[in-house]
Design a binder for this molecule. Structure first.
Ligand code: DGL
Length: 268
């Protein structure tokens, strides 16, 4: 048993969709969340920069004495998880493996789509992982960078969202995919619009849900679940604009955000 908190980080507020799943599946765990709001988006940055920022975020959490780190950001997971796993001596978990594994189980035709930021798609991390689980899979990756600002504007059900989804997803319809990985923290919020465009026959995979399941299994396996069943403590850190984090993040989390602190990047 271990009552130290779980650390979660993301490039901003998007990782709160992962935190929401963790809170639901592990209701007694204390959590420290770090959103690097000063430097979002990571999705348009180079691998080298994503690695550097991710290392700083993980170091911040490690210094808070977390028992494990969840790399909630798909861009950070796809570009930096291997490096972080080598450099930190606590268990780390990312979103790519759980998402890829679930997609490879869900598909019937083997035709799988992956959508994410430009850096996630260009890393081929999802594509490679899916092929490891299902070597016959045909994987089509499409970067959809405009989905992030659309969601942050709260426009997920708007005509703009539908038109943007039609533009990005046409290729997936042409390839007749039967499964789609929502490979970015923001996309589960757009799932109704995505479903409307792709049709009901396409199974949408939300890596956030599967990651929380994997995290639970990891804590059980390592015997580090919190043995204390009191109300857990949630603490949030943002590297910039904490009030925006509170306002928009509250919608992502479907919960009030208290215990929110600003931590400038110089102090990461
Ligand atoms: N959190 C990022 C992801 O899941 C999306 C936002 C960004 O580009 O930083 O890939």
């Amino acid at each position: 048993m271990d009552n130290r908190p779980i650390g979660i980080f993301d490039s901003g507020i998007g990782g709160l969709t992962v935190m929401r799943e963790v809170m639901e599946q592990l209701p007694y765990e204390n959590i420290i969340y770090l959103g690097d709001t000063a430097r979002i988006p990571y999705g348009s940055k180079s691998e080298q920069t994503i690695k550097k920022f991710s290392h700083q975020c993980a170091t911040f959490l490690k210094n808070k004495d977390v028992k494990t780190i969840v790399v909630a950001c798909n861009t950070a997971s796809s570009n930096a998880l291997d490096m972080l796993t080598r450099e930190f001596d606590i268990p780390l978990i990312g979103v790519i493996d759980p998402g890829a594994r679930t997609a490879s189980k869900a598909t019937k035709t083997g035709r799988i789509g992956v959508i994410g930021t430009t850096a996630t798609i260009n890393s081929y991390a999802y594509q490679k992982k899916i092929m490891e689980y299902l070597s016959t899979a045909e994987v089509i990756g499409i970067p959809c960078p405009l989905f992030v600002p659309i969601v942050e504007e709260g426009w997920e059900y708007s005509q703009v969202a539908v038109l943007t989804a039609e533009k990005y997803l046409t290729e997936l319809i042409e390839h007749d995919v039967d499964t789609l990985v929502l490979g970015c923290t923001h996309y589960p919020i757009l799932r109704h619009t995505i479903k409307k465009v792709l049709g009901p026959q396409v199974t949408l995979v939300n890596p956030a849900f599967e990651t929380a399941k994997d995290l639970k299994n990891l804590l059980i396996e390592k015997d580090i679940l919190n043995g204390n069943y009191d109300k857990p403590r949630y603490e949030y850190y943002a590297t910039d604009a904490p009030e925006r984090f509170r306002r928009i993040g509250g919608n992502f989390l479907k919960k009030e955000i208290d215990n929110l602190y600003e931590i400038t990047i110089d102090n990461l």
